[in-house]
Design a protein around this ligand. Structure first.
Ligand code: G3P
Length: 217
């Protein structure tokens, strides 16, 4: 499973990239606003921090303007992935962009039927939102399960990019279901490494090692 960082914070992205565990980045208008930076400038910088896909979202709602915005965005770098909303205009834009090999991430997917449409539109990625379903009393992971079944039934190549991933259990369940990618805040990626017994084990080893009086270097 690939890990994408869901942030426009370049310091956090650089830090994660240095671990070798980062496979790409997703941004959205809210994350760009949170960064307080110029959209084009910060997106270009992010594209330089990873070789993987970097999702940059259009903000137009109609197909024609989405195409114009996509034209601007895809010139930023070769690893830009155009993000479009899961609407008829977004799907039309997805179909047109993927025809010539442009990567497209269809976002704001909240139902398996929407994901079916994204695959039919040739999306590179579909982004079903888990946490926002959970917030509303619906099990978001069931959506990932349904999409996995449907995509496997028809051998669709669209990758399931689990989004709105809020914690380690979401990641574990997505991995068990077979989501292709999970995008999450950097702190969630880092938290996956945490275990109290790992900490306790290190503490014990350090104490015993100190008692030997030896050093490796
Ligand atoms: O990638 C979409 C993601 O940013 C949404 O996450 O936590 O705002 O629902 P959240």
């Amino acid at each position: 499973m690939k890990f994408f960082a869901d942030t426009a914070d370049t310091a956090e992205i650089a830090d994660l990239a240095s671990t070798g565990l980062l496979d790409g980045v997703t941004t959205n208008p809210s994350l760009i606003a949170k960064s307080g930076r110029d959209f084009m400038e910060v997106t270009k910088e992010i594209c330089g921090l990873t070789d993987g896909p970097v999702s940059a979202e259009v903000v137009a709602l109609d197909h024609e303007t989405m195409m114009k915005e996509a034209e601007v965005l895809r010139k930023i770098a070769d690893n830009v992935c155009i993000k479009v909303p899961l609407t008829i205009d977004g799907l039309k834009t997805c179909k047109a962009l993927t025809k010539d090999g442009t990567m497209v991430n269809v976002t704001l997917c909240f139902s398996a039927n929407q994901a079916l449409l994204a695959a039919k539109a040739g999306a590179t990625f579909v982004s079903p939102f888990i946490g926002r379903h959970d917030d509303n009393g619906v099990n978001g992971l069931e959506l990932i399960e349904d999409i996995r079944i449907i995509y496997d039934n028809y051998a669709f190549e669209t990758q399931i990019l689990a989004a709105s991933v809020r914690h380690a259990t979401h990641v574990l369940e997505c991995a068990k279901i077979g989501a292709d990618v999970a995008t999450m805040p950097p702190k969630v990626i880092k938290a996956l490494a945490n275990h109290v017994l790992t900490d306790k084990g290190i503490e014990g080893f350090m104490k015993d090692w100190a008692a030997t009086g030896q050093s490796i270097l």
